[in-house]
Design a protein around this ligand. Structure first.
Ligand SMILES: Cc1cc2nc3c(=O)[nH]c(=O)nc-3n(C[C@H](O)[C@H](O)[C@H](O)COP(=O)(O)OP(=O)(O)OC[C@H]3O[C@@H](n4cnc5c(N)ncnc54)[C@H](O)[C@@H]3O)c2cc1C
Length: 350
């Protein structure tokens, strides 16, 4: 009996999850909770509150998610929204940065009903009266009830739960995934926009986003004015955005962008002129014209050792909208990799 347990322990596969953003941390949590026979370690150079999701608006709404079929987006959306609704029902939802939010998505152009519309708690066309409230600029719009997710609150909680289940955390910068060959059996690459350099993947490019975070407790609704402006309340602050500059790696604040965002948001909600600015922030969305990369390959390190690599990056402006769903697909790839690896016990005997 004891021998059996020890043998099983020896056979545990060492899995490294590189990246501690919303994608890496949820992948690690799902892996340790659902895949038997592994030991999981998160390796990352930065952690919350310094990941992309920490500065993001965290509004559940697919955005800048290119190259995926509507069926796939709907499935990932459904799985993630259900996961978030479950969290909302828990007594901990007062501290995990998740809340319900409703409001207006406005457009100058006709808005087709997307396949994921049914995932929102509510999604309906605006009435004439509602449209008139915003003046003449917007001819179309929908009212939605959705969820906001503050990663700066959720990520530390998920990390704690990962560690409580035996997960390890290592702060380390990786230059190439192959440098982990020999140390780990499997690496799951959740490096976001940095996959452009770490893989390196020429399909990944930054989509630069600049935002304000302000104190405006009187703003209770979300407002999206066309493709250019958004006003998204979180628990204690409101996010005003934004920009979407593809190919721009610069994380400095651009004064021009600040002026444009402030003017556009104050036109939508004039009382924002009195909001106190908490901070300005720039983040780089991991854009990929072919959709999030979810694939497997084998990489050989300079020591000649092989390592199984699973890629999980490229969620554009929707990482906080589809993370649980894409992590579900990655679990299937991980199961496959684990089952293909020879048991360590045989290697030990050779
Ligand atoms: C302004 C803005 C607003 C947004 N608003 C929303 C929104 O409302 N809703 C929504 O769904 N999405 C939104 N997004 C998009 C969302 O934030 C991203 O899709 C998501 O955060 C990407 O998560 P990630 O874990 O892939 O990347 P990241 O959060 O960037 O994490 C990557 C991780 O990998 C680590 N890493 C990278 N390279 C290395 C290396 N070489 N060695 C070790 N570690 C490494 C990093 O330290 C980090 O921990 C927004 C983004 C921006 C910029």
């Amino acid at each position: 009996m004891h021998l059996k347990v020890n043998l099983l322990e020896m056979e545990r596969k060492q899995v490294a999850i590189v990246g501690a953003g919303i994608i890496g941390v949820t992948t690690a949590v799902r892996a340790i909770e659902t895949v038997p026979g592994i030991e999981a370690t998160i390796i990352s150079d930065k952690f919350s509150p310094n990941t992309t999701g920490d500065g993001a608006a965290g509004f559940w709404n697919p955005y800048l998610l290119e190259g995926c079929s509507p069926e796939k987006i709907e499935l990932w959306c459904q799985e993630t929204f259900s996961y978030l609704l479950n969290l909302l029902q828990s007594p901990d939802s007062s501290t995990n940065g998740i809340g319900l939010v409703s409001g207006y998505i406005l457009s100058e152009h006709f808005m087709e009903r997307p396949s994921y519309a049914k995932v929102f708690l509510e999604y309906r066309d605006l009435t004439k009266k509602e449209l008139e409230f915003f003046g003449n600029k917007y001819k179309y719009g929908v009212f939605v009830t959705s969820i906001y997710v503050e990663c700066s609150k959720l990520l530390p909680q998920l990390m704690k739960s990962f560690q409580a289940k035996g997960g390890k955390i290592v702060q380390r910068k990786i230059n190439k995934l192959s440098e982990l060959a020999g140390e780990y059996d499997i690496v799951i690459n959740c490096t976001g926009v940095e996959a452009a350099r770490v893989v390196p993947d020429p399909d990944i490019r930054p989509i630069r986003g600049q935002v304000f975070r302000v104190k405006a407790p009187w703003v209770k609704h979300i407002f999206l004015g066309g493709e250019d402006f958004y006003i998204l309340p979180n628990t204690d602050t409101v996010v005003l955005g934004g920009t979407r500059q593809a190919g721009d790696w610069n994380k400095d604040i651009y004064l021009e962008d600040s002026k444009k965002i402030w003017k556009g948001c104050c036109e939508l909600i004039p009382s924002l002129q009195h909001a106190e600015i908490v901070k300005e922030w720039v983040g780089l969305r991991p854009g990929c014209s072919k959709g999030p990369k979810l694939s497997r390959e084998v990489v050989v390190g300079s020591n000649g050792k092989k390592i199984q690599v699973i890629h999980h990056y490229g969620h554009g402006g929707s990482g906080i909208t589809v993370f649980w769903g894409t992590a579900g697909d990655v679990m299937k790839l991980l199961q496959k990799s684990v089952s293909e690896l020879e048991p360590n016990i045989f290697r030990a005997r050779l």
